[in-house]
Design a protein around this ligand. Structure first.
Ligand code: NAP
Ligand code: GDD
Length: 343
C-alpha cells in the first residue's frame, strides 16, 4: 500500500513538531510548510532530519498563510491525503497588538486553504483539520465547555479562530468536504513557546534555582486553564480525520487549575519553599529560605480582556474517537522541568 501524504501548515510550531513525529511513525510522508524568517525557525523539527528512520519521509517547503498563491501551489504540488492547518499567530495577548495580522493569518488563512482545495477540485479527496481553540468560548459561564457550548470570544485571536471554525463548517456543509474542527484546550510540552505561561514559569523557576535569573514577572494569577500535553492532543487531531464522517470535537482533560496552582506545583517539585503576600498587582512570592522575592506581577502581562475560566468536556471525543488524555498535569510539569534542566 502507498504511504499516505500529509501536508502540515505550522510544522515549525509546538504541535507541528509533535504531529510530524506522530504521522511519521504511522508511515506517512510528511510535507511541512515553513515560512521565511531571518533566523532559523526549524529548531523543533531539526531532530527529525537527524533521525535516519524519518529523514527521507519528511520534506520542508516554503509557504505562508497570507499568500494564497503559495497555498494553492503547495497543495497542487503535494496532492496530499490530509491537510492539517496548525499555522497561526497563536498568542492571545499579542493578538491585541497585531489584530489585523492575527485575523489575516488565523481567519482568512484558513479560508485560503479551503478555497485552494476547492479550486483544485480536491474537495472530495482531501481531508482537512482546522486547529480551533477553547479561546472561542471566551467569557462563557458554563461549568464545562463542549461542542454545544456557545462561543463568546474576548480577544482578536478568539474572534479570528471563530471565523476559521465557521468557515470550515461552512465548506463542509456547502461542498461536502471532509473538514473537521478540533476545539483544543491548552496543551503544553517542553517545546512550548517561551512566552506562554507554563513554559515561562518552568523556565523562570529553573533559572532562579540555578542563579541565572533573579525574578519571574507574571500577569493574572487567577485565570483557570485546562492544561494537557501536546503529545496526547496531536493524536486526537489525526483520529478526527480517520472517521467515516467529518465532525467537530472538543479536546481537553476536564480538569482546571489557576496559574498560581501551576506555579505552586512547579515550585514544590523544584524544592522552593515559597510564601505569597500582597494582593492584585502587588502580589508576590517570597522564597522563605533566603527571604528573596522571586515572583512579582506586572501590568504588561495582563490582557485588556481575560478568559477567566476554561474546563473542557471531551466526552464526545472519548465516545467516538476513543480518545482520552494520558498525561497528567504533574507528569507534564515533571517533563518540562527535566527538559529545562537538561538544556
Ligand atoms: P505555535 O507553536 O505558535 O505554532 C504556530 C505555527 O504557525 C508556527 O509554525 C508558525 O511559524 C506558523 N505560522 C505563523 N504565522 C504563519 C503564517 N503567516 N504562515 C504560515 N505559518 C505561520 O502554536 P501551537 O501551540 O503549535 O498551536 C498550533 C495551532 O493550534 C495554532 O493554530 C494555535 O492557534 C492552535 N491551538 C493551540 C493550542 C495550544 O494550547 N497550544 C490550543 C488550541 C489551539 P514560525 O515557527 O515561523 O513562527
Ligand atoms: N502568556 C502569559 N504570560 N500568560 C500569563 C502570564 C504571563 O506572564 N501571567 C499570567 N498569564 C495568564 C494569561 O493571562 C492567561 O489567563 C493564562 O495565563 C494562559 O496564558 P497563555 O499561556 O498565554 O495561554 P492562553 O490560554 O492565553 O492561550 C493558549 O491557549 C489557547 C487555548 O485555550 C494559546 O496556546 C492559544 O493559541 C490557544 O488557543
Amino acid at each position: 500500500m502507498k504511504n499516505k501524504k500529509a501536508l502540515i501548515f505550522g510544522v515549525t510550531g509546538q504541535d507541528g513538531a509533535y504531529l510530524s513525529k506522530f504521522l511519521l511513525k504511522k508511515k506517512y510522508i510528511v510535507y511541512g510548510v515553513k515560512r521565511r524568517s531571518s533566523i532559523m525557525n526549524t529548531q523543533r523539527v531539526d531532530d527529525i532530519y537527524k533521525d535516519i528512520n524519518y529523514k527521507s519521509n519528511f520534506v520542508l517547503l516554503y509557504g505562508d498563510l497570507t499568500d494564497a498563491s503559495s497555498i494553492l501551489n503547495l497543495i497542487k504540488k503535494v496532492n496530499p491525503n490530509e491537510i492539517y492547518n496548525l499555522a497561526a499567530q497563536s498568542h492571545v495577548k499579542v493578538s491585541f497588538e497585531v489584530p489585523e495580522y492575527s485575523a489575516d493569518v488565523n481567519g482568512l488563512g484558513t479560508l485560503r486553504i479551503l478555497e485552494a482545495i476547492r479550486s483544485l477540485n480536491l474537495e472530495k479527496k482531501v481531508k482537512f483539520y482546522q486547529a480551533g481553540t477553547s479561546e472561542m468560548f471566551g467569557s462563557t459561564k458554563k461549568k464545562f465547555q463542549n461542542e454545544k457550548t456557545n462561543f463568546h470570544p474576548v480577544s482578536p485571536y478568539g474572534v479570528s479562530k471563530c471565523f476559521a471554525h465557521w468557515i470550515t463548517k461552512n465548506y463542509r456543509d456547502a461542498y461536502g468536504m471532509y473538514a473537521c474542527n478540533g476545539i483544543l484546550f491548552n496543551h503544553e510540552s517542553p517545546i512550548r513557546g517561551e512566552t506562554f505561561v507554563t513554559k515561562k514559569i518552568i523556565q523562570g523557576l529553573v533559572r532562579i534555582k540555578q542563579g541565572s535569573q533573579k525574578k519571574l514577572f507574571l500577569g493574572n494569577l487567577y485565570s483557570k486553564r485546562d492544561w494537557g500535553h501536546a503529545r496526547d492532543y496531536v493524536e486526537a487531531m489525526w483520529k478526527m480525520l480517520q472517521q467515516k464522517r467529518p465532525d467537530d470535537y472538543v479536546i481537553g482533560t476536564g480538569k482546571t487549575f489557576t496559574i498560581k496552582d501551576f506555579v505552586n506545583r512547579a515550585a514544590k517539585k523544584m524544592n522552593f519553599n515559597i510564601r505569597w503576600t500582597g494582593v492584585g498587582i502587588k502580589e508576590k512570592a517570597v522564597n522563605i529560605d533566603n527571604k528573596k522575592i522571586i515572583i512579582e506581577c506586572k501590568n504588561r502581562y495582563f490582557r485588556p480582556l481575560e478568559v477567566d475560566y476554561l474546563k473542557g468536556d471531551a466526552s464526545k471525543a472519548k465516545k467516538i474517537l476513543k480518545w482520552v488524555p494520558k498525561i497528567s498535569i504533574d507528569d507534564l510539569i515533571d517533563e518540562m522541568i527535566q527538559h529545562e534542566l537538561e538544556n
